[in-house]
Write a protein that binds this ligand. Structure first.
Ligand code: IVH
Length: 716
């Protein structure tokens, strides 16, 4: 029986932290470097949580090699890195037929395809292995790289050369050809390999995917050579000449060049046929002899694929339709409440550990208060209105890599003394009242900056990768600095050197985990970020609803923090401001400065203005700004004639939809606005253009038609 953290003596804590560090280090190596997990994800999480709890109770005992915030999955030491010339993307997921229909709909909408016309898609199995990019130049295999983080992977060329399915030379291929596909191991080969491994007293693998990954990522290629790996080609990166006009033809071309392509790849006309092919593949799944975890659909016409393009990490033209989630039943031991950056109180199920589809799960999300009570956000019953109580027998659901959820509850197994869960109305972290605003599914702590949980989460967000990204200052250090009272708000980070630096550097060094070098490095890294891009600064503020994308939109629209706050102060000064923040849809001209920015809506505007109108929050931001030089957004894509220009589309467009026009214009560095003003540089007016065209004419703004727009951006 584990002792309660509160009851540990410092000696016991020291000993346990050492044990935990060793256990987690072993688990990390097994998982990431040897691809042979020794413990389940849930056990791993439990060890990490315990370690964190002890560290929080005894901050001074935190080890130099504390596992709290170490992240796995980095490029393993020993392999050279290769930067992918075209990023290796991942896929969005569909979980049911409705998602598939929506995928088709969103594509049709984006492209403006009429209802009568049905689009063609390819459908093929999603192989459960690891992806690999093979670069051929003039027909010779030059290098092979794993996916890594999508931008940079590991150079596994020597290992890839040992795989029989991967040709060393190609004849008749484009001069430059990057072939992408999946390395996998068949069930039979996996079983044989594990028998051999066991007989030789070597480690065995948990599943074929791990075996494939572990075999490919061997520093000694002769080990890979002894492993039965296979490869299916299903995509490509850079090519000097197109492989075909359609996805289907391109895959056929890869097969002609000597690659294995999946025989279950089929052309489907519309979602009905896609779903039918999915059912067929699912039926054959058990007999295929290798693991698949879904079906991938891709728009067949490559010209359409090019028009559809990409979101940040996934293509618009493809999606993975996952096989049904795995389910299991277990006991709900308790409900914990986590408090997030914006004060949201989230219920988390503490479960008796249970295996769900091969993974041990001991925590699952319970979404929000209503979900626990058995109703949706409109008050309608879900699960037939059954609530969830500690002690209940609950169904846990896990789909792919998605966070496990509690899906259902078995009332026949409910203990007699199980009491309905009472959602806290006070923040468990700071004791402030937690309120639920009308129309919000979430109850939030009102403690704002006085709530330690919110303050810490805000600080962690502030230093996170898309925000200030300060090297050496991660979540772990933030927790340490916060619990010792060194850093309470972002501005404090920038006074650390003055308060504890030169002369006082000793102080930092005396602390667990800091030496002279690391302290100096930290101060330098902080200094580096005294000059920061506007969008990163905005995102770093951690204002609710202000994501990375909207930070970019705002930074581009206003250019400077001064311009943004000037506009905000005008809106805040309006007498109706208090009313407007209470979910009325009336808007005033001062608000339109924000609402006219494409991508910025009322919810975000309200949240942003509310934050800037709050005296404490504003003062905290002002203290931060005093330390910074905020850079105006770069005029990107400088070689495009529309870079940095504000463009408005009006009237009907005939050769593309608004969504496509906007995405293209933005990709070329333009700002797209919804209304014409003196700041507009260009109006693209289709037939039926009305008041906006008139206004543009009055203001003397250049106005062109769709054809002129297309020829302006042609070839870019
Ligand atoms: S297409 C731009 N097709 O799934 C899209 N991916 O979840 C490129 N995968 O990283 C991927 N089978 O490793 C594609 N038939 C298939 C696939 C497949 C497996 C993997 C691939 C990718 C991951 C995305």
């Amino acid at each position: 029986m584990q002792k309660d953290v509160a009851a540990l003596s410092p000696e016991e804590a020291t000993e346990e932290l050492a044990q935990l560090a060793a256990a987690l280090a072993r688990a990390n190596t097994a998982y990431h470097t040897q691809d042979a997990p020794e413990i389940s994800d849930a056990e791993y999480d439990a060890l990490k949580r315990r370690n964190k709890a002890i560290e929080e109770r005894f901050p001074a005992l935190k080890r130099e090699d504390s596992p709290t915030e170490q992240v796995g999955g980095a490029v393993a030491e020993g392999f050279q890195k290769i930067r992918h010339s075209t990023p290796m993307l991942s896929l969005g997921n569909a979980f049911d037929d409705t998602d598939v229909a929506e995928f088709d709909q969103s594509i049709r909408k984006y492209l403006g395809v009429s209802d009568g016309q049905v689009l063609d898609y390819t459908a093929e199995p999603k192989i459960d292995g690891l992806s690999l990019s093979l670069r051929y130049e003039e027909g010779a295999l030059m290098h092979a790289a794993t996916r890594g983080d999508g931008q940079t992977g590991e150079n596994v060329t020597q290992n890839a050369r040992t795989i029989a399915d991967i040709p060393q030379t190609l004849s008749g291929a484009p001069d430059i050809l990057e072939v992408r596909g999946e390395v996998y191991m068949s069930h039979a080969d996996f079983a044989d390999l594990n028998l051999r491994q066991a007989a030789d007293d070597n480690k065995t693998f948990a599943n074929p995917r791990n075996a494939a990954a572990g075999s490919l990522r061997q520093l000694d290629a002769s080990v890979t050579a002894g492993r039965p790996l296979r490869f299916f080609a299903y995509a490509w990166g850079s090519v000097s000449a197109p492989l075909g006009g359609t996805q289907f033809a391109a895959i056929a071309r890869l097969a002609e060049l000597g690659f294995q392509t999946n025989p279950l790849t089929q052309l489907c006309n519309g979602p009905g046929e896609m779903i039918a092919h999915y059912a067929k593949i699912e039926e054959q799944r058990a007999g295929l002899g290798y693991d698949i975890d879904g079906v991938v659909y891709k728009v067949n016409d490559l010209a359409l694929q090019a028009r559809l393009g990409f979101r940040s990490t996934t293509p618009r033209w493809a999606i993975a339709h996952k096989f049904a989630a795995e389910l299991a039943w277990t006991r709900l031991e308790g409900i914990d409440i986590q408090v997030g950056r914006t004060g949201a109180l989230s219920p988390v199920a503490r479960l008796q550990p249970v295996t769900v589809g091969g993974v041990v799960v001991s925590n699952a999300t319970l979404h929000n208060e209503d979900y626990v009570a058995g109703r949706d956000s409109n008050g309608n019953p879900i699960r037939d209105g059954k609530d969830i109580r500690p002690g209940d027998w609950v169904q846990v659901y896990r789909a792919g890599d998605v966070i496990p959820k509690v899906a259902d509850v078995d009332l026949t197994k409910r203990p007699e003394d199980a009491a309905p869960y009472v959602f806290p109305e006070l923040c468990p972290e700071c004791g402030s009242v937690a309120v639920r605003e009308e129309g919000d599914a979430v109850r939030r702590c009102t403690g704002g900056l006085i709530c330690p949980a919110q303050a810490v989460e805000k600080l962690k967000h502030f230093v996170s990768r898309a925000a200030f990204d300060i090297e050496g200052l991660g979540a772990k250090q933030i927790e340490q600095f916060f619990s010792d009272g060194w850093v309470r708000e972002p501005a404090d980070i920038f006074t650390l050197r003055d308060r504890y630096g030169s002369g006082g550097i000793q102080q930092l060094q005396n602390r667990e985990g800091w030496g002279q070098k690391s302290a100096e490095n930290l101060f330098d890294a902080i200094d580096d970020k005294r000059t920061i891009e506007f969008r990163r600064f905005l995102f770093g503020l951690g204002i609710r609803h202000l994501g990375d994308g909207s930070s970019k939109d705002l930074s581009r629209a206003f250019g400077t923090w001064e311009a943004l706050t000037a506009a905000a102060d005008l809106a805040i000064a309006e007498p109706a401001f208090q009313e407007l923040t209470k979910v009325t849809l009336k808007v005033s001209p001062a608000w339109e400065e924000f609402l006219n920015i494409d991508g910025i809506g009322l919810t975000l505007t309200q949240s942003l203005l509310a934050a800037l109108a709050n005296p404490q929050e504003r003062a905290s931001i002002d203290r931060l700004v005093a330390h910074l030089t905020i850079l105006a957004p770069e005029e990107q894509a400088a070689d495009s004639p529309v870079a940095g220009k504000t463009v408005v589309f009006t009237g009907s467009l005939e050769r593309m939809t608004r969504a496509e026009a906007k995405a293209r214009a933005e990709a070329l560095g333009a700002k797209v606005s919804g209304s014409v003003s003196a700041k507009t540089d260009l109006l693209v007016a289709g037939p039926g253009a009305g008041s906006k065209a008139k206004k543009a004419a009055n203001l003397g703004i250049e106005t062109i038609d769709e054809d002129a727009w297309l020829s302006m951006i042609e070839g870019l």
